[in-house]
Design a protein. Structure first.
Length: 134
């Protein structure tokens, strides 16, 4: 068994890759792309795209408006983002805290009672309420 051991003075991410892998493996790599970690602002942009899609679907399928307040959006980002893992949990968080409760409202028939709804942040998390009761 051959042990690969080189002294590593790491100045760039590509130097770290060279220290960790054999030259035979490195010759098979065409490009190296280094990504920066996502910040909370990036998570908010991703969330906005997700929310725009949900709002569009609600309008198209149920002819109703859905407004997500800034506080509710911040809460969703807070629950779905971490500096260590980025936005890996964001989709599931939106599904669990917004899409499932929204689906329950639609299935129960209560969604048809109002044409305008709001997603608000309260002490228990996010809630979907009629816009006229906000």
């Amino acid at each position: 068994m051959m042990i690969f051991d080189r002294a590593c003075d790491i100045a760039f991410p590509s130097d770290e890759v060279a220290c960790l892998h054999l030259p035979e493996f490195l010759n098979r790599i065409d490009e190296q792309i280094v990504f920066r970690s996502l910040a909370q602002e990036d998570a908010m942009k991703i969330l906005k795209t997700m929310l725009d899609e949900i709002v569009r679907d609600v309008k198209a399928q149920h002819n109703a408006s859905l407004l997500v307040t800034e506080e509710a959006a911040k809460y969703l980002v807070q629950k779905g983002y971490s500096p260590q893992y980025g936005v890996r949990e964001l989709r599931r968080t939106v599904e669990r805290l917004l899409q499932i409760p929204l689906s329950s409202l639609i299935i129960s028939g209560r969604f048809k009672e109002h044409k305008s709804w709001q997603v608000v942040c309260d002490s228990g998390g996010v809630s979907i309420i009629p816009a006229d009761s906000a």
